[in-house]
Design a protein around this ligand. Structure first.
Ligand code: ADP
Ligand code: MG
Length: 238
């Protein structure tokens, strides 16, 4: 990869335009956080990057390659959802290997990648358990593991911690920061949690009604929010 770019990206559902011309530059290995009120288009934007939602107009590129019409499985992007449905009848090992098996990867390669993800996520002791025998935090780690085994260039997270209790959220936030360091990949992360945004992000993108209101480092937005709306989201006193 060498950078992910959005140029005048728009999305309409019927006559309703929900993404209204977004320009964005994301560098390799950046941890980018999207924040903004409910309904402003965060999930839609993420789903368009993942290829789960068609781009109505504008351009998505990764490196020099136009991605608009590339199959989701070929984009080098893996998405972790808020409601991470694991297969209840499969073990952790099988859950993590499933997509690779589906893609026809050889058995030893799958085993190696699952072991690697389990080490990174400290799930090694739990590989033979089923989801019903795991805590919420452990299940969330398995969901992340399913993305890691695919060795994506870009991870997309859509409010991955919002179903966890406060204590676990703090723990997982630290885990995510460590994960980003270890994997050295690009992460785009949606949250409505100001503390998550401020502590995890290299770059925060504040969205409002289908547009980028402001983007910058946490410090830039905190010190110099362009208006009250941004200040409110960042928790800046301005
Ligand atoms: P956020 O994730 O920021 O809460 P969403 O991206 O889910 O916002 O939604 C943005 C807007 O697009 C909302 O008004 C929502 O109702 C609308 N929307 C999302 N998906 C669809 C869809 N499949 N069909 C019609 N409208 C949609
Ligand atoms: Mg959403």
């Amino acid at each position: 990869m060498s950078g992910l770019k959005l140029r005048n990206v728009r999305k309409s559902f019927g006559t309703l335009e929900v993404i209204k011309g977004v320009d964005l530059d994301i560098e390799d290995k950046q941890f980018v956080v999207f924040v903004g009120p409910s309904g402003c288009g965060k999930s839609t934007l993420l789903r368009m990057i993942a290829g789960l939602e068609e781009i109505t107009s504008g351009e998505l590129t990764i490196g020099e390659k136009r991605m608009n019409d590339v199959d989701p499985a070929q984009r080098g992007i893996a998405m972790v959802f808020q409601s991470y449905a694991l297969y209840p009848h499969m073990t952790v090992r099988e859950n993590m290997g499933f997509a690779l098996r589906f893609a026809g990867k050889p058995k030893d390669e799958i085993a190696r990648r699952v072991e690697e993800a389990a080490r990174i996520l400290e799930l090694g002791a739990l590989l033979d358990r089923k989801p019903g025998q795991l805590s919420g935090g452990q299940r969330q780690r398995v969901a992340i593991g399913r993305a890691i085994v695919r060795h994506p260039d870009v991870f997309l997270f859509d409010e991955p911690l919002s179903n966890l209790d406060a204590e676990l959220r703090v723990h997982m936030r630290i885990e995510l920061a460590r994960l980003h360091k270890e994997l050295q990949t690009t992460i785009i992360y949606v949250t409505h949690d100001q503390v998550e945004a401020m502590t995890l992000a290299d770059k925060i993108v504040v969205l409002r009604d289908g547009l980028v209101e402001q983007d910058g480092t946490p410090l830039e937005l905190y010190d110099d929010p362009s208006n009250h709306f941004v200040a409110g989201f960042i928790g800046s006193p301005k």
